[in-house]
Design a protein around this ligand. Structure first.
Ligand SMILES: Cc1ncc(COP(=O)(O)O)c(C=O)c1O
Length: 397
């Protein structure tokens, strides 16, 4: 039903076949309204923001700030709590160096989970090497349930950094509950929302976390834009790590006086064109309704899981989680071979370790095939996938 909003499906064919795009967890396709807005920006509004005392610059600034307010409303927070970054990875690194580096000392504990994307592991490992804090990983069941979180919290971690939705198992962590538990022992809660925002209603007030990060490109928006939410109480207390133009009130030979948040965290020329355009992705989501997107993805996921399970030797990981992320393996076949053969029919899936090697080893696999769904997918995409997988299985047996 929504496929027609996305020109890539009309424009790209392979060997005469239509594109079946099942890799939206990696990046979503862009609707025409977002593509138009980018062109419109460069044709009508392009000027550097905040610097120009002339109309064009003021209009560009207004568009940039309009996105900030739209995002703040979308998340039910205040605009001063929204910082633009380059993406989820950049957002987590920002928190690690701007916040955690000063908070943590040798012997402290940072709690992660086994289901984290490398973006939420590697920055902590790098900093831990410098500071000497410890990292523990909450184990995860095969279905994607956290095991013994409460026991790990008894070790009094200073920080818990956790994904909202797993990019492999599609399970949803109950962030409201987790935040309440963690806050009881004074532990800061950081949430990686990369796989949640495009199809779940995110109300930060009810989630109760201290930081929440995600990427615009995974929610129909442009690449190179990330959103970092941080609680006002925290952001006003911390100093920026990166300095440059436009983030200061004044500079002397001694030291600068910083602007308030979020401006003190956005030095230099920002990615103002893409940020401005991102408001149209939110418009697009709002035009459908996030609740409708959620229902649609759940329904399609359950159809897909049912169909996929009919394939001989195919095993779905986390099959009860209907978040549009379905990872599977097929006895005796390597995921790269599966993905390569599917590509011959213009079916795009992801194969490999999904930047989640710790989870892969806890699941006892080295690689999986993942199909990830979005509103532009429909049952015919699933049918084509299942038809091709059946052929692949029969070919190898
Ligand atoms: C759960 C999760 N976290 C973080 C990331 C990294 O996002 P980005 O590459 O946009 O920074 C991804 C990307 O797939 C992800 O799935």
């Amino acid at each position: 039903m929504y496929k027609k909003d996305f020109p890539i499906f009309t424009n790209t064919k392979l060997n005469g076949s239509d594109l079946v795009y099942l890799d939206s967890a990696a990046t979503t396709q862009k609707p025409q309204i977002v593509i138009n807005k980018l062109k419109e920006f460069y044709e009508n509004y392009n000027a550097n923001i905040y610097r120009g005392i002339y109309n064009l610059s003021e209009e560009a600034t207004a568009l940039y700030e309009n996105t900030r307010s739209r995002v703040a409303d979308f998340l039910n927070v205040s605009s001063s709590e929204i910082i633009f970054t380059k993406g989820t990875t950049d957002g987590i690194n920002f928190i690690v160096y701007t916040y955690a580096k000063n908070k943590l000392k040798k012997g402290d504990l940072v709690l992660l989970t086994e289901m984290e994307h490398h973006s939420n592991i590697v920055p902590w490992q790098i900093l831990s090497k410098n500071i000497g804090f410890n990292i523990e990983y909450v184990p995860v069941s095969k279905e994607g349930k956290l095991k013994d979180l409460d026991k790990f919290l008894e070790f009094k971690p200073k920080i818990l950094s956790i994904t909202h939705v797993s990019n492999v198992l599609g399970c949803v962590n109950d962030i409201s509950y987790i935040s309440r538990l963690a806050h009881k022992i004074g532990c800061t809660v950081i949430v990686d929302g990369a796989q949640a925002v495009s199809h779940m209603k995110i109300d930060i007030k009810s989630l109760g976390c201290d930081f929440y990060v995600f990427s615009a490109h995974k929610m129909f928006g442009p690449t190179g834009v990330g959103i970092l939410y941080g609680k006002n109480e925290i952001l006003s207390e911390i100093d920026p790590v990166f300095g440059g133009g436009e983030m200061i009130s004044s500079v002397t030979k001694e030291f600068p006086v910083f602007k308030s948040s979020p401006f003190k965290f956005e030095p230099g020329t920002q990615n103002f064109a893409d940020v401005s355009v991102f408001s149209s992705s939110i418009d697009y989501i709002d035009s459908i309704g996030i609740g409708n997107i959620s229902d649609y993805i759940k329904d399609l996921s359950s159809y897909a899981v049912k169909k996929l399970k009919g394939i001989k030797g195919l095993h779905v990981y986390g099959e009860g989680n209907l978040s549009g992320i379905i990872s599977f393996d097929i006895n005796g076949l390597h995921s790269h071979d599966i993905a390569t053969l599917l590509n011959e029919n213009n079916i795009a899936v992801r194969a490999g370790h999904h930047c989640a090697q710790i989870l892969m080893s806890s699941l006892g696999v080295s690689s999986l095939t993942r199909c990830s769904l979005q509103i532009y997918n429909d049952r015919s995409d699933i049918d084509k996938l299942v038809y091709s997988l059946d052929k692949i299985v029969n070919y190898f047996n």
